[in-house]
Every structure is written in C-alpha cells, then in structure tokens.
Design a protein around this ligand. Sequence first.
Ligand code: ZN
Length: 732
Amino acid sequence: MDFPDQSFCAGTVEAGCDRPRVHRPIPRDWKEFPMPQYSADPEIRPASKDPRSLKTLLNFTVENESRGSQARAATFQTLHGKVETPIFMPVGTQATVKWQTVESLRITGARVLLANTYHLLLRPGLEVFKQFGGIHRFMNWDGPVLTDSGGFQIFSLPHSREMNEAGARFQSYVDGKSYLLSPESSIEMQKTMASDIMMVLDQCIDSTAPYAQAEAAMELTHRWAERSLRARGDSGQALFGIVQGACHHDLRKKSAAFLRDLPFDGLAIGGLAVGETHRERYELTALVTEHLPKNLPRYLMGVGTPIDILEGVHRGVDMFDCIIPSQLAQRGVAFTSHGKLKLRRAVHKFSQEPLDARCDCPSCQQYSRAYIHHLVKSAELLGWHLLGIHNMAFYHRLMREMRESILRDDFLSYYGQKRLELGRDDEQNPGRPPKQAKRSEPARVGDYEIHTSAQGFSSIRQISSGEVMHSVNRPLDEADKLYVGQAFLAARLLKHGASADEMTVWDVGLGAAFNAMAAVQCFERCFAEQGEKNLRPLRLVSFECDLDALALAAKYPVHFPHLRHRAPFQILASGKWQHASKLLQWELLKGDFPSLIESAVVPDVIFYDPFSFKTNPALWNAEIFSRVFKRCLPKSAELYTYSASTAVRAALLTAGFFVAAGAGTGPKSATTIAFTRATGPGDHPLPPPLLGREWLARWRRSGAKYPTDLAEREKRVFDSLIEGHAQFADET
Ligand SMILES: [Zn+2]
C-alpha cells in the first residue's frame, strides 16, 4: 500500500511554518485519490503477543512524553498525510463544519475533520460517495477524515430502532426507509466514504448506567469490535476500537485490556461527556489511558471545552473532537486569551477592539467587536462564520502550544498556568461588580447557573446566552398556567366515552423540568381525586440535549421545591420514570429536537418551551413547525408556546397550523396556541377563538413578518401561504 505524503501547511496562522501550502485542484478522475484496498479474506490480522512491537497502519511515533505528566507529542501517517498530536478535529456532521469553507478551515489550522456516517448515509446516501470515490473529493477536503460508526446517533433514537446481537435496525428520518446498522455494514459504509480513520460500531449508553447494563453493553461492544476487524480485512483505512464501561472502573480496565490485544490502529475512550461530572471524567480518562498501549493513538470522543482538552492531554490523550467551537460561535461566545467574551452584551456595541488582540485569525485581523456584536444580535450567518473561525483558531493554537511545550519538556508548568487562564471569565468586562462576585459565587453546572429574581424565586440562567428560563413569574406557576392549565390536562385525563386512549404530551425543552413536573403533579392530583379506574394513561416525552440545567436544579432542591420528587432524579439517572400505577410514563429523548421529531411518539399536546429565537433560532422557523405539524397529523393535536411574536405565529400558520392567542403571563399580554385542525381536538373543552383578519392586517404592516431571512421568492410563497390560509377564509 502506498501512502503518498500530501502534508500541507495547516494554515497561514501557524507560526514558524515555512512549507508552502499545496492547493490541489479537484481531479476530474477520482481515481487520482488513493483508494483503500478491500480484502476478500475475512480473517482478523493476528495480534502480536507484545502489542508494543506491533506495526500499525498509522505508524504512530511518540516524539516526547513530558516529565511529571502523561502528556505526549506524537505523529502518525494517514492516507492523506501526516498528523501531529495532540490534535483537535473539528466536527463536520453533514460533510461540512458549520458555516465554514474548506479554505476557512485550513486558515484556522484544521488538519483532520470528523464526519458523521449516520447522517451522511441518510443524506446524500452512499451512492453519491461511490460516484465521487469517497468523501474527500465530495467535500473538496484533501486532508485526513475520521468517520464515526453511526452508533452514537442511532443509540440516541429510542423509538425507531430495534437492537440485538446482529446490530441496530432503524428508520430514516429523511425518507422513512429502514436500515440495518451492523458492525459489518458500518465498516462497509466507512469504506465507501474512504475515510482515513474508521471507528468500530459500539453500544453507547449513558455514563451513569448501572453496572449490569454497562457490563452487557461493554461485552457486546467487544464482540462487535472483533466483527469490525474481520470486516475491515486488509483495507488501508485505519480502524479504532472503543473502550466502554460507563463510570465503572473495573469495567473500563477490562475493556482496555481486551481491546489492546486486538490489532487496532488506535483506541478511543467512548461514553464520556454524557452525564458524568468533570471530576469523574478526568479520573476515568486517567484510568483508561494508564491501561492503553503506548504505541497507539488515544482518542477521547466528543470532548470538549478547552479546559477539558487540556486536562485530557495531561492524562495522555492524543486526539479530540467537539462541536463547541461552532456551537458557542452561534451563541455569540468567543474564547480569548483573557476569558470568554459574550458578544451579545451591549458593552461591545461601540468597541473598535478585535475579539482578541493576541489572535492572528482573519476575524481578529479584519473586524471589530462592535461589528461582530451587531452581526450576532441580528442572527447573521456571517457573525457565526467569523466567530467560528476565531474559536477554531483558538482551539488549534491551544493544541499547537501544548505540543510545543511537550516537545520542550515543560508541559507541567504550561498546564498549571493555562488552567488558570482557561478558567477565567471575561475579565476586561466583568459582568457584575467584583464585590458582589466575591460575596458568593453562583452555583453552576456546565453552562448554567442559578438566578434569583427580584421577587425572590429561583430560576436557571444559561451563562453563554444570559437567557433565564421562566424569568417573569414563579416558574411552576407559569408552567401550570401556560401549559398544563391551558391544555386542560386535568379534565382531559379523565376517561370519557371514546377518549380512553393513551394521551401523549411532548415537553420540548426539559430545562429544569418545570413544565414536566407540572404535568406529573397534575396527574398525581387526578390520581388521588379520581382513582386509577377513571384515568387515561399519560405518556410524557421530554426533549433535551443538555441535562446540566436539571442537574444543577436537582443539586439545590431548597431553591427548586418542584424537584422534591423521585421522578426527575430517575430521569437524570436513566431517562425514564413511571408512576406506581404504570398509568404515567415519563421518558427523556436526549438530543437536538430537530433530529428526534419523526421518531418520537405522535403527540396530542405539545409544550413548546425551548430557548428563545435569539438563542436558538433553528427551533422557531417554518421548516421545524412544518415537520412538527406533519408528525402530529395522524391525530388532532395542539401546541402551546410562550412566544406571541408575529413572526412565530406566521411561521406556525405557514406550517399548516390554525393559530389562536393564548393567555397572557406576567408582563406579556398573550402567548400562542396552535391547532392542527380548525376546531381544535374533540376532547378540548374550550378551544380559544382563532386569530382573525385583524391579526392578518397587523401582520401585513409588521416589520418582522418573517421568522428568518428569506429570499424574495420564498417571501412570496410565505405571503401566499398566510393570505390563503383557511383560518382567514370565511371571515368577512
Ligand atoms: Zn481571532
């Protein structure tokens, strides 16, 4: 097998790099790209007795291990050139790193990209990769690519998959087709994508899973690891095994010991950053790396923040990936040498400073904080692009600095100093007077802290966006009034006539579980008053991608009395809870709401309470509402949300909903209710009157008619959907 060295300089920002950057034109004939050889021989290549003498495909070479630390600097060789470690790999889920071109990625210093087999299998589909000879030519990226096995995404789909020894069968959210993901088919897909590094299929479970469950998942992962190796044959693509075992130390050791005897080209630590504390994560990382062979690269999957990465390198990890640089860019946050900068804050409105005077990325060289502040406030894509460039340059610079200090053999002192630096908040613009900050540090978990209102009640605030969940009223009162009360949940839980079927409530944006617990408490009141025989079964489905808000509230029950109940703790631990009568089932669907819509049980009622348009615009557009509407269609359903904005109501109308004004709350004079049918569901005792022509006239005059930026043609379609909506047809 031939390993052409196509190394190019990682980017113009790389200090001291004197090699010219190689711009390879896209070849017309894909065969110019090195293709892996597929094997007909289904044998696992024999492992050497002494793993240290094993020659691997990547030719991983440790250059130095820094004294007093497990940190190491190394190189390895892929089909698309050499890689220096420690390395951070930007995540290109859909064969694109969000809002970046391959040129901008190179400028930030990106070397290896991560692509997501599951999403790319569903769209554009493997046939496209066959035609293009793999992912490199398709996305015009000539550096190395690592593909994941697809397992992580599939195990996050609780409803639309079945799993057994063979693999996992699931239904596509794109076209409804059924797919089998087995260790063999995952490798076959990754071969078709011709990535440089493939990952084995593993069974992902929460890091907080109990022992027996974690052990079973680990053993299955081991059997699948052997099958993956057989399926790889003698392909030139490298293959990594994945250590599992949740938070159980002896399982982690057992898993590392099992996998190190198999002929993998690298080993990953999976199943972390999904529920455990930072301290547990650091401990487990150290424990696993201690049991991994020194001659293979070690990859800590899905981790993390700059400080997590620093801690990982200190504990002997070589490779990292995470969506944080782009995700925080979208929230208007920049990592800088003097702390995290929140660009949404008004303090930047007139600032002519760059994001970070010590950064040489193009965003800092060419744009002011004031301009980026403006772009972020306007939800302009350019703002996310510029912040994404800066954040990724920050990450790659951190990796480079760590590597240099390891090679100089002074990583330990670098680590001590950098730890303090990365822990800082925005020190140029402190958010509150230092005196107050000294008095009491707010309680925090991840990106959330406890917020105490002027009226004395506690809520949760997202630190990066500054947004407070339920900021104006006592949160549980608001949940009761806006969601449980308006939906007449108590009345509709009673069996009457034909309506004895299970009722399903979607709780979109679990947050600190205010709305979900309001529903649980409502059910328990009905149960006590009416008895088991008279109640319909209730299924409560919560959607949440980040459980830190609930974890934080659960730590301080004195501030959050609604959590003095077993249910939210079970949800945190296992994602499931049921009432003793089994009439109420509550489950958590963990992940981004858009990726779960089509796989969740069809709802009767939706509590729509995600972060606002400003923080999370993707959840308020017509496309999302249209997918929700289609999912609801088998039933007559309704959606309750706190937003009463003209643009949100317009988006709901174009999606097909019939829209009414909901009750006001606090200073807000109204909220919004959307029905899939004009009359509302049959068991709804009092559907409110729909918005009439008066609203339509207001919408026509509004300066914010559209939920997002639309092209002129799209605006015309949007206008005609609203003007022609049946809701306004019979009014005169
Ligand atoms: Zn910069």
